[in-house]
Design a protein around this ligand. Structure first.
Ligand SMILES: [Zn+2]
Length: 339
């Protein structure tokens, strides 16, 4: 999308375009703001405009450079995201090595770091060294939903552009324009606004994750074994890290569904604040069999599981904890499905 077409955050748009016109481009910038404010789209459009063969301060979206950037085949644009939960030192070492070399074809090499706040201390310190000796030929764009978690020494070396989120209606229209059907567009718009934990997933990954999460929830209520499902997920993962990453996303998605179940219990099944409206038949079936304190206790134990994951708890114990916390009753009056 060009700056002309990209919606919202007009002030930032004008600022970026004036950097391009005046040829005064900061070496490092932070784009911060909630999920759904199109930070990545802005960063990509900026790189296109920087390299566009037809326009000076916008992208034409049809020249060779614009097209290559759109399909992520542009050699001087390096877009990276955390390997698992965090950036690892090896990723920053690779970035630093590249930053020491001249760009291949462009005037600048641009690095876009998604979820830049998810950097452990050694990675952040390694990155800081490169920021401290900026080459005029590198531009770093750090995207973050939680800028307070970026270490102050990195923050102070970057121009900080604060984005605000877009209204639902605009997001929805954008997804329709991007050829999603109305139901998909509605889900994507709602996930952009409320589902920041899932912002790194593409639509296909999001669909699969939701399918898995709802089948886990359904399995509890049809008394199917959760062990087998977990084992199957484990077998499909390349290694422990990959499994853990997926497992955490799954737990976050189950919490997301429980939030909707809670809303159904409080506001009724047709509340317009239900996010996963397309799954409301499944969610309603569960809602009818549980009470509010059950839902709250599940949300709290699942959040605890996420904490255990961060603390790198033994995998077997983690799974056991997950299974027992999901199938246990967890409320005093216990007049629901398992009683
Ligand atoms: Zn172009």
């Amino acid at each position: 999308m060009s700056f002309e077409k990209i919606p919202g955050n007009e002030k930032i748009k004008n600022q970026l375009r004036s950097y391009l016109r005046l040829n005064k481009i900061p070496n490092s910038m932070i784009f911060s703001g909630p999920a759904g404010c199109l930070k990545y789209e802005f960063a990509r459009t900026f790189v296109k405009a920087l390299n566009c063969l037809n326009l000076e301060d916008d992208s034409c979206d049809c020249c060779q450079n614009c097209l290559q950037i759109d399909t992520e085949n542009f050699i001087d644009l390096i877009s990276i995201k955390p390997d698992g939960q965090q950036y690892r030192k090896y990723q920053i070492d690779q970035l630093n090595d590249l930053a020491r070399m001249m760009p291949s074809i462009s005037k600048f090499r641009v690095f876009i770091l998604q979820q830049a706040h998810q950097m452990n201390e050694s990675a952040a310190n390694a990155f800081l060294k490169t920021l401290e000796e900026p080459s005029l030929r590198n531009i770093f764009i750090l995207l973050s939903e939680n800028v307070a978690m970026i270490i102050p020494t990195i923050r102070s070396r970057c121009y900080h552009l604060r984005f605000t989120t877009l209204p639902y209606q605009i997001l929805y229209q954008n997804f329709l324009l991007a050829k999603y059907n109305p139901q998909e567009a509605r889900i994507l718009a709602l996930y952009q606004i409320y589902g920041e934990n899932f912002s790194l997933l593409n639509f296909k990954q999001l669909v699969t994750l939701r399918k898995n999460a709802i089948s886990f929830l359904n399995a509890i209520f049809s008394r199917q074994s959760l062990d087998d499902r977990l084992l199957e997920l484990y077998d499909r993962s390349a290694n422990r890290e990959q499994f853990l990453e997926y497992f955490m996303a799954l737990v976050q998605m189950i919490i997301f569904f429980l939030r909707d179940i809670l809303i159904m219990k409080i506001n009724g099944a047709n509340s317009n604040t239900i996010i996963n409206f397309d799954l409301s038949d499944d969610l309603l079936k569960i809602a009818k069999n549980v009470n509010i304190s059950w839902v709250l206790s599940k949300i709290s134990s699942l959040n605890q599981i996420l904490e255990y994951c961060q603390k790198n708890m033994n995998l077997r114990r983690l799974m056991l904890q997950f299974i027992t916390s999901l199938i246990s009753l967890g409320a005093e009056d216990g007049t629901y499905f398992f009683s």
